[in-house]
Design a protein around this ligand. Structure first.
Ligand code: F0G
Length: 465
């Protein structure tokens, strides 16, 4: 063939991997699923996973590992102290995150527990864009107040804005002025903002929060679970970053912070693991002592050597631009298909999940009959799809036993990393559109039994009518 013949580069975005080990998808009939759902008390958390066809309950710890990760795991060092697997993880974290101290934990919330126990006293206030549930719970357990200061745009599901995870800087300044610098032990930013729809935070906002923190001498920490997805959004949406690599962007983000908490079950591309990073020597020493109490020796924390091997590579694989392009494209692809049929969603789509606005879609269901929970169950019946309610069942229960509607009733469909392919997404779209076409007939639900707190995990419900 002539070397003068030039073809255009293909533009189709494909899954940037091929499969060498497969796990069967489990099929079922709608009659099977109706019986299984009744058996599970109409609570998808109580379903056996082998009764689910497409599982979008969470993107946490559910991803596929690469052949390189598996290879590294085989050659891990399981020494109690000073394992080479720890030093590999430490080198990767130093290279990407740049913090001085790495404190390994078994998952993100263990890092949060150590951080909050080391720094929070009753009456303290910890500002964030939006604290994730476990961060909030750890802060409240220490009798601190977790204060969410996301920008107003971040609270309106269908309003378009490139960085709906940004913090309101005026509200941050006002909070510090109101409660006093000495009652703010640290400031956090969740990247991306999971509870706000997986929405990114801009570099400008990270820089601005950092400047306020430094001006007041307050430490600034990132909840970095989805740092790679956040880097991709900065690269593709923020002026001046298009030509920077995602690793350069990640390094810049972390350069403005004094530490981070990390769940390696997300952008660590591992099934378990996490860490806490800090620059301050004394604070890190204190945290290491807390680590030894419950997690383990400082060179493994709560992890096996092979977990640390998997994460040391996973952090780089999460930053791979071909991977990020495919991942964010799959979320956008589903959103576009649903939007064309008029399904109301959080827009623009975030990094790890599609969030359907069930309150808008199932407007005939009263909030006391849980529209988002009802949609989750309809999606399971229609196609064996498991999603999660982020709404009034999850957040509506008050400490005094009463109930208040949540701010929004959303259904989150979180994508495990590198697991599902385009045909799975086409199937998903079909299932959702089938439910959308018959949405007026979807019944509400009532709770027949509930525990005193965190009721969504174990409550039993039944359809109304
Ligand atoms: N921070 C954020 C932003 C999270 O999304 C999570 C977990 C954690 C911290 C806690 O990490 O699970 O390793 O202890 N999110 C999962 C989810 C559970 O489904 O969104 P962990």
């Amino acid at each position: 063939m002539s070397h003068l013949l030039r073809f255009p580069e293909p533009h189709t975005i494909i899954e940037p991997f091929r499969t060498r080990s497969v796990e069967p998808i489990r099929f079922s009939s709608q009659d099977d699923r109706a019986a299984w759902l009744a058996e599970a008390g109409y609570n998808p958390f109580l379903l056996r996973a082998d009764r689910v066809t497409i599982d979008l309950l969470t993107d946490s710890g559910t991803g596929a590992m690469s052949s390189q990760q598996w290879a590294a795991m085989i050659s891990s060092d399981e020494s109690y102290a000073g394992a080479t697997s720890f030093y590999k993880l430490e080198a990767a974290v130093k290279d990407i995150f740049g913090f001085k101290h790495l404190i390994p934990t078994h998952q993100g919330r263990a890092a949060e527990r150590i951080l909050t126990q080391s720094a929070i006293k009753p009456g303290h206030v910890i500002p964030s864009n939006t604290h994730f549930d476990t961060t909030r719970a750890n802060i409240e357990f220490g009798q601190g107040e977790a204060r969410d200061l996301v920008i107003a745009e971040g609270r309106q599901p269908q309003l378009l804005h490139p960085f709906k995870g940004n913090m309101d800087i005026d509200a941050l300044r006002a909070t510090i002025a109101e409660v006093g610098r000495e009652r703010v032990p640290f400031i956090m930013l969740t990247i991306t903002n999971n509870s706000g729809g997986g929405q990114p935070v801009s570099m400008a906002n990270i820089r601005a929060v950092s400047a306020v923190a430094r001006e007041h001498g307050i430490p600034f920490l990132l909840d970095a679970c989805r740092f790679a997805e956040n880097s991709w959004f900065i690269k593709t949406r923020e002026e001046g970053y298009a030509d920077k690599s995602t690793i350069e962007i990640a390094r810049e983000m972390f350069s403005y912070a004094d530490g981070c908490t990390m769940s390696a079950k997300k952008d660590g591309m591992a099934n378990i693991g996490g860490f806490l990073c800090l620059n301050d020597d004394d604070w890190a020493l204190h945290c290491r002592n807390l680590l030894i109490l419950t997690e383990g020796f400082p060179t493994y924390g709560g992890m096996a050597g092979y977990d640390m091997e998997a994460i040391a590579l996973g952090l780089y694989e999460a930053l791979d631009e071909n991977y990020l392009r495919y991942r964010i494209r799959s979320i956008t692809y589903l959103t576009e298909k649903l939007a064309a049929a008029g399904v109301p969603m959080v827009q623009p789509p975030g990094g790890h999940a599609v969030y359907i606005d069930a309150r808008a879609m199932l407007a005939h269901i009263p909030l006391t009959q849980y529209p988002a929970w009802s949609l989750v169950n309809a999606l399971y019946l229609a196609g064996g799809v498991r999603s999660v309610e982020i709404g009034t069942v999850m957040f509506g229960q008050q400490p005094d036993g009463t109930e208040r509607p949540a701010t929004m009733d959303l259904v989150r469909m979180a994508f495990p990393r590198r697991v599902y392919m385009q045909s799975h997404v086409d199937y998903l779209a079909e299932v959702i559109l089938n439910v959308h076409a018959q949405r007026d007939a979807v019944p509400g639900h009532r709770i027949v039994w509930q525990p005193p707190f965190l009721r969504h995990f174990t409550a039993r419900l039944e359809p109304v009518g």
